[in-house]
Design a protein around this ligand. Structure first.
Ligand code: ZN
Length: 254
């Protein structure tokens, strides 16, 4: 494909060959946000357009706020990998992928510049409106691939997106000492915690045992919704924040 007109007004187009048709979905219903985890934005842009990489995203947002579109929104970009949300395993077929230029945890994890965040907000708003997406379907790669991915990470300003009308968030409950569930715990309380995480959308098996997968998913939840402390321990603040998050989607869960 030599080119296409951008779905997002103002986006520059640089075509990636790494895409395929959406399977079982004609329109995306969610957004997955990533960071690039590479030294430079230019390097990331080239990689996402290189046939040898076999990865891509619909959009890349540079640190200066420039938005590059590489795959049409009607096509399936290859960004999520093995992932799941609310029982759906082919996240690529159901989502728009946005790569946000940031070198990531392995390379110092600098803050996301304001201009970049304004551009991400503008881009997400357009996509959410085009496809009438539910606010709780604006997700992190770490939400849909816990244990495997941690991007865009706990420094990503979800609250600023939420204040601008993008995504779903509650004010995280303050962190205090108190009853906790942690690795090795067993019983009904653990089963309830797992059920709540699964009901919100996370891929977690309900075993009644606070096993490794539970701790990993609790970390993923914290990274997005209670980023001040990401430790995989279900403390009171985590539990209360999770209950509040579930209450926000109660009606849509039917
Ligand atoms: Zn990612």
């Amino acid at each position: 494909m030599s080119g296409f007109s951008p779905d997002h007004p103002g986006a520059e187009v640089r075509v990636s060959p790494n895409f395929s048709p959406r399977r079982g979905a004609h329109r995306p219903s969610m957004i997955v946000l990533h960071y690039t985890g590479m030294e430079t934005g230019e390097g990331a842009e080239a990689w996402l357009c290189n046939p040898a990489s076999a990865v891509s995203s619909h959009y890349l947002v540079h640190e200066d706020g420039r938005i590059i579109q590489m795959v049409r929104e009607s096509d399936r970009a290859w960004h999520a990998g093995k992932s799941s949300w609310r029982g759906e395993a082919d996240i690529n077929s159901h989502s728009v992928g946005i790569e946000i230029v940031n070198p990531g945890h392995m390379l110092g994890y600098p803050p996301f510049p304001d201009r970049q965040i304004y551009a991400v907000i503008d881009l997400c708003r357009g996509i959410v409106n085009r496809y009438r997406m539910r606010p709780e379907h604006v997700l992190a790669h770490s939400d849909v691939a816990p244990g495997r991915k941690i991007d865009p990470g706990e420094r990503f300003p979800w609250a600023r997106l939420f204040d601008a009308g993008v995504g779903n968030l509650v004010k995280a409950s303050p962190i205090r000492s108190g009853a906790v569930l942690r690795s090795g715990d067993k019983g009904q309380a653990v089963e309830e915690l797992q059920s709540m995480l699964a009901l919100y959308g996370y891929g977690v098996d309900i075993t009644g045992v606070f096993d490794r997968q539970t701790s990993i998913v609790v970390e993923a939840f914290q990274r997005h919704f209670r980023p001040r402390l990401v430790d995989g321990i279900a403390d009171g603040s985590t539990m209360r924040t999770l209950s509040k998050m579930l209450a926000t989607v109660e009606t849509s869960l039917g």
